[in-house]
Design a protein around this ligand. Structure first.
Ligand code: ADP
Ligand code: MG
Length: 265
């Protein structure tokens, strides 16, 4: 901790705090995420998993891991600082002004590239949402917050332990089926829809109504000016049976929208 000077608190959550820090030696800025370490052994393991999984990632579109250390009862994860803030904030800034299609395609293609890297390593992110997707000062997208991530085939009933924003959760999770790579695809579909409309695809006054809408895959139609391939892609990402959804590999290589996306990478 002595190697860094703290500039400010940039996020506060159930875990602890996210601080903007500067390395005293190199002057480089980083985000330092402090996580209160639990006493219970299995929960301790779970807390450490975030640092372990993030440290295995190495990709343009994933927040870069710098180092992790433990001090007293705190786990500190030091990572790349994304000065553009999170995507939810960026969406809210727009108020009602729609994003241009080039920005939508560029950001979404970068999200898919980052998520494909995660899946290629047989890891599931499990909390993809606009609040966990960051922008650098240059406007590059970086996936972050590996606090819910796990190695493939690790999870049984994820819904029971779910505490976050429910808007991005796939139908199979509400049905208590295992979390799989296609559940991440559903969540990215929700982010793509948000970029296209500035609204959530599935929204309701209560959890019960929300879950019903999600499990029917019923979302308000997309504006007609969007490219046909993109509307088709969203329709497929929102298939209620995960087997019918395209994988990230398909989205980026063989789907009808993939040329459009790759042209923006
Ligand atoms: P939580 O588990 O509370 O969701 P996050 O890792 O998402 O933790 O961090 C919480 C908040 O801190 C984020 O929503 C964001 O505002 C800020 N933050 C986290 N990591 C970064 C980063 N690498 N660059 C910029 N801001 C970040
Ligand atoms: Mg988060």
């Amino acid at each position: 901790m002595e190697s860094y000077s703290v500039h400010k608190v940039i996020g506060e959550g159930s875990f602890g705090r996210a601080l903007l820090v500067q390395c005293r030696k190199t002057q480089e800025k980083y985000v330092l995420k402090e996580i209160q370490l639990p006493k219970n052994a299995s929960r301790l393991e779970k807390s450490r998993r975030e640092a372990v999984l993030l440290s295995t990632m190495k990709h343009e579109n994933i927040v870069a891991f710098h180092e992790a250390f433990e001090a007293d009862d705190l786990l500190c994860i030091v990572m790349e600082y994304c000065s553009g803030g999170d995507m939810l904030h960026r969406i809210r800034e727009q108020k009602t002004k729609q994003f241009c299609i080039d920005d939508i395609l560029k950001w979404f293609a970068q999200m898919c590239a980052g998520a494909k890297h995660i899946h290629d390593k047989r890891i599931l992110h499990r909390d993809l949402k606009s609040k966990n997707i960051f922008l650098t000062g240059k406007g590059t997208v970086k996936l972050g917050d590996f606090g819910s991530a796990c190695v493939l085939n690790c999870s049984k009933a994820y819904a029971r332990t779910y505490v976050g924003t429910p808007y991005y959760v796939a139908p199979e999770i509400w049905e208590n089926k295992p979390y799989n790579n296609k559940s991440d695809v559903w969540s990215l579909g929700c982010v793509l829809y948000e970029l296209c409309t500035l609204r959530h695809p599935f929204q309701a006054p209560s959890w019960k109504c929300l879950i019903l809408k999600v499990c029917r895959g019923a979302y308000p139609p997309l504006p007609g000016h969007l490219p046909h391939e993109l509307r088709l892609l969203l329709k497929q990402m929102f298939k209620t049976d995960p087997r019918d959804r395209p994988s990230l590999r398909t989205i980026l290589t063989s789907h009808r929208a993939s040329r459009l996306l790759r042209a923006h990478l």
